[in-house]
Design a protein around this ligand. Structure first.
Ligand code: NAP
Length: 331
């Protein structure tokens, strides 16, 4: 039997504009899939905002409900691997991209997209992390597998007050790293210190392309912005350090040279959370629920309901968000 539910719906007008409305939808209108999930929490990521403004690189078909993140409870399942009543996380793959996403109170998805909620996390915790937190964890996971450890020296996080940035700062600090936070919001220095940064540097001081190599300072880097800031981070990474690259809010071009790679052995590692294999996905969520769990997730969290999405989408597009926007769909 069909159930009606509330969702953010983005529609394209005849004038090629995109409008966002909270509408009533029916589970009958959801795509086919193995598992129907009642979504209790979602969160806002930069990619969701792009989907909400008609960015063709993200979403092709409208009307559409964005939301790459969701946590909730299975309501119906045609798979033996997951039962009604189980608590789950569904994020990435095609959710919220071209499949109706977590900004609606129900989703229907393939069973292969589902992560069972690990012990140690509530549905709410999971969405304070969301894809942003998962991506930060994936950067750290890759850095550590490449040989970086807490005793190696300072680690840089760029775009530090943003979703990926703030979760990276807090997680790295929890793991014992000396975290330096690069931010365009120096008025948020206290927030960054509260979540674990030991030093703050301004966005302006984070971009210096005056020389092909700068003094080697970073043992590791979590870069969420790309462009000249990523290039500068590569040029200031010390011998055998590792730079992880996951975002492009500051630009998609990379103006670098071979010296950091051939003289210092710096490694540049790419991070893609969308299609990361399920086995690794489950392992990373387990770490986020246990030894990597951020002590005070609430410090990162600004909770809203579906009604609050409109203004928060505008804020994230302007680079003005701080921490994570948790969307409570039970309200
Ligand atoms: N590869 C993946 O799998 C993956 C997964 C998740 C996200 N991402 C990408 O990671 C990036 C961050 O996502 P998010 O959800 O964390 O977004 P977000 O919450 O908006 O954070 C981005 C932060 O970057 C800084 N920033 C904004 N505009 C900037 C500019 N023009 N130049 C330099 N810095 C700027 C701001 O922090 P400060 O003011 O503190 O500098 C902003 O808060 C996005 O590009 C997103 O697409 C990639």
């Amino acid at each position: 039997m069909a159930t009606n539910f509330k969702a953010l719906v983005v529609s394209k007008t005849e004038e090629d504009k995109y409008i966002r409305e909270i509408k009533e939808r029916s589970t009958d209108d959801l795509p086919e899939g193995d598992v129907l999930v009642k979504v209790n929490y979602s969160s806002l990521n930069y990619k969701d905002a792009l989907s909400a403004i008609g960015s063709k690189g993200v979403t092709r078909n409208y009307p559409h409900t964005p939301g790459v993140d969701s946590s909730g409870v299975v309501e119906q399942s045609s798979s033996d691997n997951i039962q009604p009543g189980e608590e789950v996380i569904v994020h990435a793959y095609d959710l919220g991209v071209n499949t109706s996403g977590g900004f609606g109170q129900y989703i229907r998805v393939p069973v292969d997209w589902i992560v069972k909620l690990p012990n140690g996390l509530t549905q709410r915790d999971a969405m304070i992390y969301g894809t942003a937190g998962f991506t930060a964890a994936q950067c750290i996971y890759k850095m550590e597998h490449n040989g970086v450890s807490p005793g190696d020296g300072e680690v840089l996080v760029t775009g530090a007050t943003g979703g990926v940035g703030s979760t990276a700062v807090a997680m790295l600090a929890k793991l014992g790293y000396e975290v330096v936070a690069s931010t365009g919001k120096t008025d948020q220095s206290q927030f960054l210190k509260d979540i674990g940064a030991k030093e703050i540097i301004s966005r302006e001081d984070s971009a210096d392309l005056s020389r092909p190599l700068l003094k080697g300072r970073w043992a590791g880097v979590v870069d969420t912005v790309g462009g000249d800031i990523l290039a500068t981070a590569i040029h200031s990474t010390k011998q055998h350090g590792t730079v992880t690259c996951c975002g492009n809010v500051g630009g998609h071009q990379l103006n670098t040279n071979v010296y950091p790679f051939i003289l210092r052995g710096v490694d540049l590692l790419g991070v893609d959370s969308q299609n990361y294999p399920m086995q690794g996905r489950v392992a990373i969520w387990k770490k986020m629920a246990n030894e990597w769990k951020i002590d005070n997730l609430e410090l990162l969290c600004n909770e809203i309901s579906l009604d609050g999405l409109n203004e928060n989408i505008d804020l994230i597009l302007q680079g003005k968000q701080k921490g994570r926007v948790l969307v409570n769909l039970q309200k």
